[in-house]
Design a protein around this ligand. Structure first.
Ligand SMILES: [Zn+2]
Ligand SMILES: [Zn+2]
Length: 240
């Protein structure tokens, strides 16, 4: 039985502990992926400190990941219909949704799925299939995971933050499509805010705040009254 090492939060606020895990036998549709890059999201720090009451230990942290398919059970395709094979470079949706609830089917807003769970956050490493986070040499992707096959040339370290920060930023464009000449303010210089600048803004003027405003009243008056902004993007990781 193959073993892999993973960094585990055994106690909040304490150093991560390296532990060995046996790779479980895959269920139909599951994918074993060898992690080639794992991002450190700001939320990982909050979780590690014990500031997220939903999270339990022991936990393999990490919801930003890129890897190579090492094994898969049954035939598997990515979201574009490309057949997945051993050796493929892949990225995946950190959140797994049911696809059958009201939000998934009617509203087409899977981020609000009532059954949504997230790698590196929702499941401890005491629960099968155990390898549930990206701070590991390998992890098991659930059969409902949305996967995208990547070009071999893509550098995983460069792209890895796209699996959380990147798509959170992209989601803001879905919520507030920009038009030429509009002004938008991005609050926060972290990976999500940085990804915002990677998107084409179609001539919109983008302001970037490099400090958090502590008073909500001050924030609102600054954003809406002083600058007459149409859109406001709060670049904190609130999608978990
Ligand atoms: Zn995140
Ligand atoms: Zn759902």
């Amino acid at each position: 039985m193959r073993k892999v090492r993973a960094a585990v939060v055994t106690e909040f606020g304490k150093p991560l502990e390296m532990q060995n895990f046996e790779v479980p036998k895959l269920r139909e549709g599951q994918v074993l992926v060898r992690i080639t890059a794992s991002g450190v999201c700001g939320s990982d720090v909050h979780i590690w400190k014990g500031l997220d009451p939903r999270v339990k230990t022991p936990l393999i942290l990490g919801h930003e990941g890129i890897g190579v398919v090492e094994d898969l059970a049954g035939e598997k395709s990515d979201v574009f219909g490309n057949v997945l094979n051993v050796g493929d470079n892949i990225i995946w949706d950190r959140g797994v949704v049911c696809g059958v609830c009201h939000y998934c089917v009617i509203h087409k807003t899977p981020s609000l799925c009532v059954n949504r769970w997230t790698y590196g956050i929702s499941k401890t490493c005491a629960e099968p299939p155990y390898l549930n986070g990206c701070y590991s040499e390998a992890m098991v992707l659930d059969e409902k995971t949305k996967i995208i096959k990547l070009d071999k040339q893509i550098d995983p370290v460069t792209l890895v933050s796209a699996s959380c920060s990147g798509d959170t930023s992209a989601h803001s464009f879905d919520l507030h499509p920009l038009k030429t000449g509009e002004t938008v303010l991005v609050q926060g210089p972290g990976p999500i805010g940085a990804c915002f600048f990677r998107r084409p803004c179609y001539g919109a003027q983008v302001w970037h705040l490099w400090r958090q405003f502590r008073a909500e009243r001050q924030r609102k008056s600054l954003l809406y009254d002083s600058h007459n902004l149409r859109s406001y993007v709060n670049c904190t990781c609130t999608h978990l």
